[in-house]
Design a protein around this ligand. Structure first.
Ligand code: UTP
Length: 274
């Protein structure tokens, strides 16, 4: 039903400098897999087969990762090491990968609008790969697709955060219409301390209906001078319906050093059972 997944990956990743000076944040490995690969796995698990990636200058390694490397593959062909490529080869064969460049980094809303040419006129998912999400059962996107089938409107994934952290996120408020599902009536991007409308923070998973593009086009730069997806989503919530979904699973903010280390320890424990 939802076949396309957009990965805005053009940001500068300033919180992780100097690592991100010449390397895309999305290519940073958690154990032995780059962050974007986890995101693509989650999208494929949710039934998507078209990965649309918004890149920027200096991000060509993203494209190389989802392509063959003939020299390397020839070199390790027939050895034990070939098994290390099984997962990425499966991902490459299971989906198409298209790219578009965001020429000026004008914010997440603008990055999503840049992806319009790849997405077209259909509902789509958005993954911010630096938010690594894990769950024993269905991944967060698969959970959201199920919800979309029921409600057919835009959905944002939210998580409860301590009040002292709300100023780092887009924060929603709304009416609970079912367990873990809220109909949004307000959302504020990075509220000043003490002014957040709730402790439900938006994380990097969205399902958006295609009318969001026109709403973004009409959205003026907001917080930080950037075109904010939360501002466009608020318009959508006021003219129709936008849901917030408190997902099942864990999320690590791998755009920050602490979150990245936590994710690495967690995934290492899972893979090597320590
Ligand atoms: P972030 O707010 O994490 O920004 O963007 P950032 O630039 O990547 O990182 P910091 O804060 O400077 O450390 C959220 C997501 O939106 C993308 C980023 O790549 C990230 O996946 N983004 C942001 C764009 O693609 N373009 C933009 O203009 C801004």
């Amino acid at each position: 039903m939802i076949k396309k997944c957009l990965f805005p990956a053009a940001g500068y990743g300033t919180r992780f400098l100097p690592a991100t000076k010449s390397m895309p944040k999305e290519m940073m490995p958690v154990v032995n897999k780059p962050l974007i690969e986890y995101g693509v796995e989650e999208a494929i698990q949710a039934g998507m087969d078209s990965m649309c990636i918004v890149t920027g200058r200096g991000k060509h390694t993203l494209m190389d990762h989802f392509d063959k490397n003939y020299e390397l593959e020839h070199q390790i062909s027939g050895t034990d090491k070939e098994a290390l490529l099984t997962d990425i080869r499966r991902l490459i064969d299971s989906a198409s990968y298209t790219y578009i460049r965001q020429r000026e980094m004008k914010g997440l809303g603008h990055a999503i609008l840049t992806g319009r040419e790849l997405v077209g006129d259909e509902p789509f998912a958005v993954v911010l790969a630096d938010d690594l999400c894990v769950n024993e059962g269905d991944g967060v996107l698969a959970q959201m697709v199920e919800l979309y089938k029921q409600f057919r409107c835009s959905i944002v994934a939210v998580q409860e955060v301590p009040e002292s952290e709300t100023h780092k996120y887009g924060v929603i408020s709304g009416q609970m219409i079912k367990d873990d599902i809220y109909r949004i009536d307000n959302m504020v991007e990075k509220p000043e301390k003490g002014t957040a409308p709730s402790n439900l923070a938006i994380i990097g998973r969205y399902i958006l209906t295609a009318d969001i593009f026109e709403l973004i086009e009409k959205t003026e730069p907001g917080k930080g001078g950037e075109i904010q997806i939360t501002d466009a989503l608020l318009k959508q919530a006021h003219s129709g319906c936008v849901l917030a979904y408190k997902f099942k699973g864990m999320r690590f903010d791998c755009g920050s050093v602490e979150g990245y280390i936590e994710a690495t320890n967690y995934c290492f424990g899972k893979i090597y059972q320590v």
